[in-house]
Design a protein around this ligand. Structure first.
Ligand code: SF4
Ligand code: SF4
Ligand code: SF4
Length: 205
C-alpha cells in the first residue's frame, strides 16, 4: 500500500471524521479505498465533488454517492443549550476533534471554528440539549480547506493524546502494582521482625 496515495485520498476527504463511511475516520477510509476494501462513493460529507476527485486521482470511473451511507447535507455546527446542559461530559468523549469545552458538572460549550459538524455528540447527550445549526457563509471565518486542515490536525492530535493517556494509565497501573507489591513486602518484613522480637523476648525470659 502506498502511503503517498493514502495521503492524497485523505487530503481530498473533508475531515469531518463522522464515520458515515463505516470507518472510524477519514484516514482509515482512505486506507480501505487504497486496499480495495471500500468503494470511492461512501463519504456523504465529501459529496459528488469528493467522489469525482478521488475517481480522477485513482483513474477510475465516477459513481454516484452510495445513499446507504447517508445524504450530503449543508454544512452545520453543533450548538449546546448551556442552561439545559447537566455537565455529564458524554459529548466531550464523543467529539473526534476535541471541539467541546467543559468539565464534570459544568456547562459545556462548542468551539464553533473547530466543530466539523459530524453530529457524533448528538445521540450521547442524555438531555438532548445539542442541536445542529447551519453554517452561514458570511459567518464562516475560515476557508473550507483551512477548516479541513484544522479538523485533520485536531483529529490526529486527539488520537495521539488518547494513545498517550492509555500509555500513562498503563504505567500508573504498573506503578500501583509495584506499590502494592512493595507494601506486601513491607508487611512481610514487619511480620518477620515482630516474630523475631517475640522469639528473643521468649529466650530472655
Ligand atoms: S468525512 Fe465522514 S464519511 Fe467522509 S471519509 Fe471522513 S469519516 Fe468517512
Ligand atoms: S462538537 Fe459535535 S458536531 Fe462538532 S465536531 Fe464535535 S462531536 Fe462533531
Ligand atoms: S452530553 Fe449534553 S448534557 Fe452532557 S455535557 Fe454534553 S451537552 Fe451537556
Amino acid at each position: 500500500m502506498s502511503e503517498n496515495i493514502v495521503e492524497k485520498i485523505n487530503s481530498i476527504l473533508p475531515q469531518t471524521q463522522c464515520g458515515q463511511c463505516n470507518y472510524s475516520g477519514c484516514k482509515p477510509y482512505a486506507i480501505a479505498i487504497t486496499k480495495g476494501k471500500a468503494d470511492i462513493n461512501q463519504c456523504p460529507p465529501g459529496g459528488e465533488e469528493g467522489i469525482q476527485n478521488i475517481a480522477k486521482l485513482l483513474g477510475v470511473d465516477f459513481k454516484p454517492l452510495n445513499k446507504k451511507h447517508g445524504l450530503t447535507k449543508p454544512k452545520s455546527v453543533a450548538f449546546i443549550d448551556e442552561y439545559a446542559c447537566i455537565g455529564c461530559t458524554l459529548c466531550i468523549l464523543a467529539c473526534p476533534v476535541d471541539a467541546i469545552l467543559g468539565a464534570t458538572k459544568k456547562m459545556h460549550t462548542i468551539i464553533e471554528d473547530e466543530c466539523t459538524g459530524c453530529e457524533l455528540c448528538l445521540s450521547p447527550c442524555p438531555v438532548n440539549c445539542i442541536e445542529m445549526l447551519p453554517v452561514k457563509e458570511d459567518n464562516n471565518k475560515i476557508s473550507i480547506q483551512n477548516k479541513s486542515n484544522l479538523a485533520r490536525s485536531r483529529y490526529e492530535f486527539r488520537l495521539d493524546r488518547i494513545k498517550r493517556e492509555r500509555k500513562e494509565s498503563n504505567a500508573t497501573r504498573k506503578l500501583q502494582t509495584s506499590t502494592s507489591e512493595k507494601s506486601k513486602l513491607i508487611n512481610e518484613k514487619r511480620k518477620s521482625i515482630s516474630e523475631a522480637l517475640a522469639r528473643i523476648k521468649k529466650n530472655e525470659s
